[in-house]
Design a protein around this ligand. Structure first.
Ligand SMILES: Cc1cc2nc3c(=O)[nH]c(=O)nc-3n(C[C@H](O)[C@H](O)[C@H](O)COP(=O)(O)OP(=O)(O)OC[C@H]3O[C@@H](n4cnc5c(N)ncnc54)[C@H](O)[C@@H]3O)c2cc1C
Length: 408
């Protein structure tokens, strides 16, 4: 087990500086344009692919870094550049993790390269879990997967919503119900290969922030995928379902509640994205406060402004500490006895919303315009308290973990 450290090693510092350079030179200058266009920034993804940032190798290297700091460091730097573009770059990684975590070696080898494509022909992937009536309440999912034994195929039917890269992805990872009696324990994940008939994009959402990231409904109408597209394979699924049925007989409530803790290990990564956005806005505000003069002196000379900046920086550093601790715990298999993953996401996302709003205030009228980036950062920051579990759901998970009570 790697010792917990707050110090990046030399190799990590090198990667951090490389990522920061890409974020500063390529992502940040393109941010306003793609925010206005509300389209996937394919040329920027392609640039990232050319230098090796948009690739399975890079993502896996950070994901398996034993210190746990690889992913949060990378997320913070890319999202410091711009949240919408960065989500377009890392969105595929979030789908790839679904395959890395649950897939067989063959599935990993077959599908993940197709998620990324290559530098000359980049592709993206989508992870489709949320549904119109199953957001926070994952157990209410309705999309069904039924096994057609005669043809060794699964047939998927339902509507997914809010899918990042949904409908434009080369590969979709779809979560569906295989046993409706088991709540979230009766779910399984499937690969939907490129150009599979029956999968189509529904509504594309026009959003408040992260507008360079494509978010859409995905409609599954009698989508047939080979048996080999069930992540982990049929034998493993049957064993898991048998265990879940046994446990459901003994303790129904526990099965129902398990879903909310499922994402505990992936939540620090979202916390790190929020830290990146918060840090970006804080830096703009600090710079502005030291150069903008009113009443014959820089506005930072006023405690009212200086103390805000002190609080902003303190909260950003505290958020990063929680994120790094949770990431180290996740990678080193430490049990989340106080829901530390949820804690990190809750604190970092709320911090990003607060800090970006303070940044607008410090920039005054300029902060309220699109001439300066902080209003975009504030719009972007609002997503962090919503996706991968809302702030209320994080509090629910933390409170349940601490108390052992089925708090509602
Ligand atoms: C831009 C964007 C990208 C996304 N990307 C993806 C993706 O790639 N894949 C994917 O599967 N999903 C994705 N999502 C979906 C996201 O995870 C959900 O929006 C989120 O889980 C919340 O679900 P909901 O929107 O249905 O809100 P609801 O669950 O309806 O919640 C509405 C409000 O009620 C509160 N609430 C609900 N239940 C409780 C409770 N028990 N106690 C207290 N308060 C409660 C919530 O906190 C929230 O404030 C994305 C969403 C957005 C907006």
């Amino acid at each position: 087990m790697a010792e917990f450290t707050m110090e990046l090693n030399d190799e990590q510092k090198e990667v951090q500086s490389w990522l920061h350079g890409f974020a500063a030179d390529v992502i940040r200058p393109a941010a306003a344009e793609w925010d206005e266009r509300e389209e996937t920034p394919w040329p920027v993804i392609q640039e990232a692919a050319k230098v090796g940032i948009y690739s399975l190798d890079f993502y896996a290297q950070q994901y398996f870094d034993p210190t746990g700091l690889g992913i949060p460091m990378a997320m913070e730097e890319l999202f410091w550049g711009d949240a919408g573009i960065a989500l377009s770059i890392v969105g595929t990684g979030l789908a790839a993790v679904g395959v890395l975590a649950n897939g067989t070696e063959e599935q990993i080898g077959t599908w993940i390269p197709q998620m990324y494509g290559d530098a000359n022909d980049v592709k993206v992937a989508a992870f489709c879990s949320s549904e119109p009536d199953a957001g926070s309440d994952v157990a209410s999912m309705r999309t069904r997967a039924v096994y057609d034994e005669a043809r060794d195929e699964w047939v998927l039917n339902g509507t997914k919503t809010w899918a990042t890269n949904g409908g434009i992805a080369n590969v979709h990872v779809v979560v569906a119900v295989v046993d409706p009696d088991l709540g979230s324990k009766g779910h399984a994940s499937f690969i939907v290969p490129p150009n599979t008939p029956g999968l189509s994009q529904g509504q594309k959402f026009k959003k408040h922030g992260i507008r360079a990231s494509h978010t859409a409904e995905v409609v599954l109408d009698d989508v047939r995928v080979p048996g080999s597209c069930l992540l982990g394979g049929k034998e493993k699924l049957d064993e898991r379902l048998a265990r879940a049925r046994e446990r459901a007989k003994q303790n129904g409530e526990r099965v129902k509640n398990a879903a909310m803790a499922t994402f505990e290990a992936s939540r620090p990564a979202v916390g790190a994205m929020a830290v990146g956005t918060a840090r970006a806005a804080y830096e703009v505000a600090l710079d502005y406060a030291t150069t903008r003069e009113q009443f014959g002196r820089p506005i930072i000379d006023n405690q009212g402004v200086a103390f805000q900046l002190a609080d902003m920086r303190t909260q950003i550093d505290a958020a990063r500490l929680l994120v790094w601790r949770a990431s180290w715990m996740a990678v080193n298999g430490k049990p989340f006895t106080a829901a530390e993953g949820s804690m990190s996401k809750l604190f970092a996302s709320e911090t990003a919303k607060k800090v970006t709003a303070q940044a607008i205030q410090i920039l005054g009228g300029n902060g309220y315009t699109r001439e300066y980036p902080v209003e975009r950062m504030h719009r972007d920051a609002a997503i962090y308290t919503i996706f991968e579990g809302t702030s209320e759901i994080q509090r629910l998970v933390i409170a349940r973990t601490l108390s052992g009570m089925p708090i509602r």
